[in-house]
Design a protein. Sequence first.
Length: 354
Amino acid sequence: MQRILTIIGARPQFIKASVVSRAIQAAEGIEEVMLHTGQHFDANMSDIFFNQLGIPRPDIKLDIHGGNHGEMTGRMLNEIEHALLEHKPDRVLVYGDTNSTLAGALAAAKLHIPVAHVEAGLRSFNMQMPEEINRILTDQVSDLLFCPTTTAVKNLENEGFARKPVKVMQVGDVMQDAALLFAKKAVPPAGGELPDRFILATLHRAENTDSPERLASIVKALNQIHREQAPVVLPLHPRTRKLIAEQGLEINVHLIDPVGYFEMVWLLNHAQLVITDSGGVQKEAFFFGKACVTLRDQTEWVELIEAGANELVGADYDRIVDSARQHFGRTVKDTEKLYGGGEASLEIVQVLET
Ligand code: UD1
Ligand code: UDP
């Protein structure tokens, strides 16, 4: 029996791990030990996903959140190392590009425990983003690199991975597996009527929320779109809620608390347009056939731009407002199966089993 220790901690990782964990449970010969770092901790940022998506309860729950990046990552590194020494896994499995990802990968590599990275090879080429640092370093210490896209594989080739004794595999995107699996569970968010026709927005990335100018410009644009074009429904990330309050900004859109995945799928299904700076939500817009206006200067999901499904507008007020006007109500189609078509978790587990 092979023992895999999975490290998760932030919202998108719960969604990604849910489908891979299912496939692990269906496979024989793998025992999964689940470690939750505690990076996300509110009920609607963490517990709700375990309840809805049937993710195994964490065997190890750390309570590490907040603080500067070094502090958070360092505390995780220390405590994850203890957990690895105690549980002695054959392999560690990490997802994405958060501080939990890097701490998990580094703790394992230092103990010579092999690391599998789901969502390997993604690059924005913007080293100002904490995620870019996390993903580059995580890839460097991984020996199984599960890439979601052709571009991700090429990025690793360009960084010399073909010459390293590691396996780089294009398996597709586990988020598409999740979207397909849970689409039928869609439920409207509780707590008040939503408008019939609306735009779904999300906003939380550090490069937007930590910059007073960018945050003010985006909030102003969302207010304008809400007033002139169509109601904007915004499930507000706790980081953004804090920073909007700190900056004294006035936000006049339809705010709701962060929602579970079943509610999110419902919102994606019913929205006329998606406006976001999230990595995951850009793709989900596409999976649900909606155009996406992306509040970033680069994206790791370049194939969406090439397919004309997604437009990058940064934090520029005029570009956001114009793009929302242009793409409102447009539908897009996944004709080329850019993200693998929903079999990524099965492929990953087949490799893990061997
Ligand atoms: C983190 C990831 C980011 C990912 C995002 C997904 C890093 C560096 N960033 O960003 O890549 O896109 O998760 O959502 O790992 N907070 C709460 N309650 C919670 C969670 C967070 O109040 O349940 C607060 C924290 O206390 C903190 C702020 O939100 O003040 C930011 O949380 P943090 O985990 O540091 O970063 P995210 O912005 O969530
Ligand atoms: N999500 C959710 N509820 C919300 C907002 C987002 O379930 O209120 C889901 C979303 O559908 C996607 C994931 O969380 O699957 C994306 O996470 P987030 O935007 O926090 O992080 P990123 O993908 O940018 O790292």
